[in-house]
Design a protein around this ligand. Structure first.
Ligand code: C2E
Ligand code: CA
Ligand code: CA
Length: 561
């Protein structure tokens, strides 16, 4: 036996003795090896080829609150780096316990590349819970003093068992854009708001009801009910009291409700009831007045559709069912074509043409948007390459880049390879990054944007004015163009004040040397106003709807030869 084999055996023995799960990942973050310790903690789990950087896979094991940190560990580990995170993992007991995961990236000198990651996972629950005063920590949420998720499930089940003839409902709710409140006003005020919400719930719910903060700003109520009106009146009261908070904040809440109103439903896991309430909540369109949704077959169908989309997305990409449409951007003073935005469509073999609002949010949740955005970039590069070869002078094409790329910084090297492969000048490829991204993750985002601009790409801030951005922020962000959000032209421009805001925004952006583009321009009146306000460019139905490449070439490029 060679010396290294002997050493390997000794290491294995020590690690098993020390009760540490060790595992090995390939370059795609798939598990290729796990030592036998895992059985003790994770039971009879199918680990072969599990992809640890896939949010859907990780979600099944890791607590929601720790998911992002864990994902970052697997996705963003630097070369030659070793890093640890402490997170809650649902182990063989079915409960979340604290584990420390350590991951190291090894450079394989022989092959000149990083082929393997080595990881360790260690139970640190006892150390941690002792530190955080076991009892309270396991049952109560430290900020609001409400039950935590485990205790909530336990007590809900106890309620059902002791009241066998009663119907119960699960209500879940959260505060819209709460993350932004935290980021803009600080977590101290964020926590005060959470405590206020807890006090509201306790005041409003009936005596035989329990409540919990599940995670972040997600709360749950479990209570008996006779009619839907009982539920709606409680929901309404919570909603109103939170809206009338003493902090002068605009707090809008959204609710999902699941009714356990039959013996079969009352036997469901509390976890499932809660998930259904969360599913119902997730279907609320934020711009609609309705702030609550009951879980129903229809909601169930929406989930089926979502699953359908997820099932077919890989095939769709392979079979080129995704199609890039282009919408022209024109110079306001001359109406000359200045560029175009690439907007994706799904030409489904059975369902016909599907718009991005139906699938982009799903792909943002499951991570597939990374592949799709890369595909759009490649299609756009191919197109520009084709135009150049045909002797047509290209216009810059802007591609929407989803937030997920910020956590996965391979995008820059990918783009660089792409423009080299298709011999595209970076000035012809632009990126649209949505404004809300500039509020969180600022550092990572600025870093990526600076890299992109350093390479000669231009960056446009999309949807400006839709979120919480301030004009002041414009001083610090590395972008070339701001795109004024189309919502401005729905409501805000209907009165004089709205017009003042828009024209001053334009003036200030221009003083900061930014180009200004208005999107969603539908009427002559708006175009004239924007022209008078010195806005550079516009995009909208007034000039043209998004169209197929074929149409775009025929209408706009035929005379660019
Ligand atoms: P967005 O980036 O804000 O894109 C502009 C949307 O406004 C497009 O909708 C466009 O068709 C629509 N629009 C253009 N002119 C007008 C107008 O005058 N009036 C009105 N009411 N609407 C107008 P679309 O194509 O349905 O795209 C919706 C969203 O889907 C996009 O919003 C973008 O966030 C996302 N999306 C589209 N393609 C991609 C993609 O390739 N990657 C990523 N990550 N997201 C994409
Ligand atoms: Ca856009
Ligand atoms: Ca936009």
């Amino acid at each position: 036996m060679t010396r290294s084999k002997i050493l390997e055996r000794i290491y294995n023995k020590i690690i098993t003795q020390a009760d540490i799960i060790t595992f090995e990942l390939d370059k795609d973050n798939r598990i290729v090896y796990v030592n036998s310790v895992y059985e003790k903690y994770l039971g009879d789990m199918e680990w072969q080829d599990m992809e640890m950087s896939n949010p859907d896979v990780l979600k099944k094991l890791v607590h929601k609150e720790d998911l992002e940190e864990c994902l970052t560990l697997f996705i963003n580990l630097e070369l030659n780096e070793c890093r640890s995170v402490i997170c809650r993992i649902k182990d063989v007991t079915g409960h979340y316990k604290w584990y420390r995961i350590t991951l190291c990236n090894f450079y394989d000198e022989e092959f000149g590349e990083f082929t393997r990651k080595i990881g360790m996972m260690q139970d640190v629950n006892n150390e941690l819970t002792a530190f955080r005063q076991i009892k309270d920590y396991e049952e109560y949420d430290s900020i609001t003093g409400l039950y935590n998720e485990n205790k909530f499930e336990f007590e809900a089940r106890a309620l059902i068992l002791s009241n066998p003839d009663v119907n119960f409902c699960t209500i879940t709710f959260d505060i819209n854009k709460f993350k932004i409140i935290n980021e803009v006003y600080g977590t101290k005020l964020g926590n005060t708001v959470l405590k206020y919400v807890a006090s509201v719930i306790k005041k409003v719910i009936p005596s035989m009801a329990i409540c919990s903060r599940l995670y972040a700003d997600n709360f749950a109520v479990f209570m008996p009910f006779f009619t839907d009106e009982d539920i709606v009146s409680i929901v309404w009261e919570i909603h109103e009291k939170i809206a009338q908070n003493p902090y002068n904040l605009t707090l809008h809440t959204s609710y999902g409700i699941f009714r356990a109103d039959s013996p079969a439903k009352l036997e469901m896991q509390i976890d499932t009831m809660k998930d259904r309430a969360l599913i119902a909540k997730s279907t609320i369109k934020k711009d609609v007045i309705n702030y609550y949704v009951f879980f129903s077959d229809e909601v169930g169908n929406e989930i089926v559709m979502e699953q359908d989309i997820e099932k077919n997305m890989h095939t769709a990409l392979k079979e080129k069912q995704f199609e890039v449409y282009l919408q022209p951007k024109v110079e306001l003073s001359t109406e000359k074509l200045m560029g175009a935005e690439a907007l994706i469509r799904w030409r489904h073999p059975e369902k016909g043409l599907i718009g991005p609002d139906n699938f982009v949010p799903i792909f943002e949740k499951n991570g597939f948007i990374i592949q799709l955005d890369k595909y759009v970039c490649e299609e756009v590069c191919k197109l520009i390459n084709k135009w150049v070869k045909m002797g047509i002078k290209p216009v810059p094409i802007s591609v929407n880049i989803s937030r997920l790329h910020i956590y996965n910084d391979t995008i820059v090297s990918y783009l660089l390879e792409l423009v080299e492969k298709y011999e595209v000048l970076p000035e012809y490829l632009r990126f649209e990054i949505t404004e809300t991204l500039f509020v969180g993750n600022m550092e990572a985002l600025v870093d990526i944007l600076q890299q992109l601009r350093g390479l000669g790409f231009k960056v446009e801030m999309d949807d400006f004015g839709s979120g919480y951005s301030s004009l002041n922020m414009l001083r610090n962000v590395p972008v070339d163009v701001i795109k004024i959000d189309k919502e401005f032209f729905d409501e805000k421009m209907s009165d004089n004040k709205g017009k003042i805001v828009v024209s001053h925004t334009i003036a200030m952006a221009k003083e900061l040397d930014l180009e200004v583009l208005a999107e969603g321009v539908e009427t002559e009146e708006h175009a004239q106003f924007l022209k008078d306000s010195n806005c550079d460019m516009a995009q909208g139905y007034l000039f043209s709807k998004p169209m197929t490449l074929y149409e775009f070439e025929n209408r706009f490029l035929a005379n660019n030869l």
